[in-house]
Design a protein around this ligand. Sequence first.
Ligand SMILES: *Cc1c(COP(=O)(O)O)cnc(C)c1O
Length: 225
Amino acid sequence: MVLGSRGNSALLSVREQIDCACRRVGRDPGEVELFAVSKFQPAGQVEPLLRAGHRMFAESRVQEANAKWAALRSEYPSVRLHLIGSLQSNKVTPAVSLFDSIESVDRDKIAIALANEMARRQCTLECLVQINVGLEPQKGGIHPAEAHAFILRCQTAYGLPVRGVMGVPPSGADPRPYFDLLRRLADRHDLPVVSMGMTSDFVAAIAAGATRLRIGRALFGERDR
Ligand SMILES: *Cc1c(COP(=O)(O)O)cnc(C)c1O
C-alpha cells in the first residue's frame, strides 16, 4: 500500500458522494467547492491530498495554519487556504498574509481591522460573514437578526469585499432550517458564496444550496482533539 492512498480514496469517496447528492437535486457538481478542513491534522496527513491534486483547504487557527502551511504552500503555490475559525485582532496581519479568504468575519472590530490591513497591503481577500445560526454562545458568528445590517456596514462603511456567508448548525439538530437561513441571507444580499455543510450534514447542505462545503473527518478521520 503506497503512502497516502487512504487520503486519496477518502477524497474520491467524498467527491463521489457530493456528485451524487448534486445529481439527486439537479445541481451541477461544478458549482459546489470542497474545502478539506485540516485543523489539528499534521502536514503528513495533508500531503496525500495535495499529491492527489486537491488544492482547497481550511484551517481554524492562524498560528497552527502558519506552522503547517508555510513550507507546503511554497511547494504547492496553487493552494487556496481559508480561515474558518474565530479571528482575534492581534492576528489580522498574519491572517491576511497567509489566507486567501476569511470565512469568519463576525464583528465590526475584525471587519475594520481586516479592511485596514488589506488597504495597507493593497490586496483584496474574499471575506465571508459568519452567522451564529443556532444562537449558540460557544460558537462564533453574528446574531442572525443583526446579519443584514452588519453585511451592509461591512460593504459600504468598511469597504470589505464580502462574497458570502458561512455558518455551522447546532450539532444534533435538523440542519435544514439553519441552511435555509444562510441561503436566504446570501440571496437577499446577492452574494455568490454559501459556505455550509460538514461531514455530518453536507448532503442536506447541497440540497439547501451550499456552494462550498467544509469537510474534515470524512477526509482525514477523527481528530485527536
Ligand atoms: C471543524 C470544522 C469543520 C469540519 O467539520 P467535520 O465534522 O470534521 O467535517 C467545518 N467547519 C468549521 C467551521 C469547523 O470548525
